[in-house]
Structures are given as structure tokens and as C-alpha cells.
Design a protein around this ligand. Sequence first.
Ligand code: CP
Ligand code: NVA
Length: 313
Amino acid sequence: MTVPMSSPKHFLDIADLDASALNGIIAAARAMKDARKGRPRGQRETDEPLRGRMLALIFERPSTRTRVSFEVGMRQLGGETLVLSSNDMQLGRGETIADTARVLSRYVDAIMIRAARHSHLTELAAAAAVPVINGLTNLTHPCQVMADVMTLEEHLGPLRNLTVSWVGDGNNVAASWIQAVGRMGGRLRIGAPEELAPVPEVMAWARAQGADVSLMTSPEEAVEGADCVITDAWVSMHDTDGETRHNLLKPYQVNGALMGLAKPNAKFMHCLPAHRGEEVTDEVMDSRNSLIWDEAENRLHVQKSILLHCLGA
Ligand code: CP
Ligand code: NVA
């Protein structure tokens, strides 16, 4: 008799988890963050819960925050990392994603991938015998939005009581925000040009959940009643139509005038990297209501919590 192997606990998308698992990950991240206050960044957690574990980080696209926060986070948990650029792997010469997954599963305990295409993530997860974590694809960026929710809740309390406005490109980060509101509650108002609206599948998913997600073309209307305004780059790493996007998105710049139409003292978030003077002005980036540095820091804490969730430690 063959004993079915239990499938690994991946972290592919926010929609794959229920509210209690998602809130649990955020609560554990907050507890780890609080416990580390004042300690050196490189110091390991006293119990080293991932001691002896190896995490591979595959990058098909560049990264600053995702790479550094996963590397530092894994080490704080007592584990180790290997950073792999797809250009330096046989993956770049045609070895399949599935074969790569099978091989890496014999060497490492978990894999994070920043994938050029979402299908690379799902193929990797389908063939891997170890947990796979989504470190951004062309369609979603769940680790980022977990950090965003953690940040917003630190400053304003539970997401379910908040109105969040997404202004600009209905891109991968926006899609993960739609999933977050679908699972954890809250109201999301998206202001995007028709041509750059979020993909219909994610909007249909949100409707099926009964999520409070609305889509409009006016940025001014989108920020009405907002506790927080969020935007992102006009041209994402996988986009090739830069000039068209700049033309379409110019009216969606988050500046002082637009922030003035949100709630008084509304917060601002951006996953970074930002293009100052394009999607957001310096005035907004550097204002006292900007949460961007806390948001970047929380990538570290929430991803440590995601690693613990996936590795059952
Ligand atoms: N926000 C984010 O994922 O940043 P990096 O591209 O630097 O990893
Ligand atoms: N939407 C951006 C996010 C970068 C972290 C991109 O995909 O390039």
C-alpha cells in the first residue's frame, strides 16, 4: 500500500488561505516584531525555529526588498538561504520549471520564486515536494500585501473597519489587495483607467466572495472616504508598453491635491520602488502620513511568519 505524501504547505496567493490563517500570520509577525525591538538586525531569534533549514530564492526579475527581507528573515529564524538568478541556472537554458522543482526539492526545505510569469509559480508548486512561496509574479504579490495589511492595522486598527483606495495601474499588487479584502474584509475602491483595470478573473472572484470592492475610472472619486491611498509604479517589471502607460496614468498621480480629497490625515502606502514625480510626488512620499518605510520593514516580519507557517515550525 502506498501512503499518500502530504502536500507541501505553499504560500501562493492570499485567496488560497482563509481569514483565520491570514490573521494568524499577521498576528505572529507582529509578536515577533515587538519581541525584537532594540535588538541588532542580524541577531537570531533565541529559539532559532528554522535552524538547519535551507531556503532557495529564485529570481527571474530583479529585487531589493524581497531578496534582502527573505535573506535576513531566514537567518533571524536560524535558517540559511541560497540566492539563485534564473539566468545563472539551467532554467535559463530550457530545463523545465517542473524538473527544476524536483531537483531543488532534494536540496532545500523551501523555495521562494519571483517569477516572470504566474504559470512558472504554479508549475513550480505543482512539482515541488517542499513549500513554494510567491515572491511576485506578473499577476500577484501576496507577501507585499500581507506586509501592507500588517502596516495599516498597526496604524489604524482592523482592516475590516477601513476604506482603502488603490489609484493607478490595476496590477499584480492591486490583485493581491483585492484578494486581501475578499478574505479579511474592509472596503477597497479602485481608481484605474479602463485599459488598466484589474484582470476580470480577480474582480469576478471578489464579487463571488461578496467583497466590498468597487472599480471606477476617476481617481478623485476613488479616494473619497479613504483611510489610506495606495499606488504603485506605472510600468511594472513585465510591462513593455511604457509610453502608453505613462499617457494613460498621468491623471492618476498621487499628489497633495488628490490626498486632500481623502479623509483628513489619510495614510499613504507604496510597495516601492517608487518613481518620484511620476505615480507619486515627494510631498506625499515624505509626508508624515506616509507609511512606506514601515511597510518595507514589515516585509521582513510578515515573511518570517509566512516561512514559519509553510514550514510548520
Ligand atoms: N516591493 C518589492 O517587492 O520590492 P523589490 O522589487 O525590491 O523586491
Ligand atoms: N508592480 C510592480 C511591483 C514591484 C515590487 C512590478 O511588478 O514591477
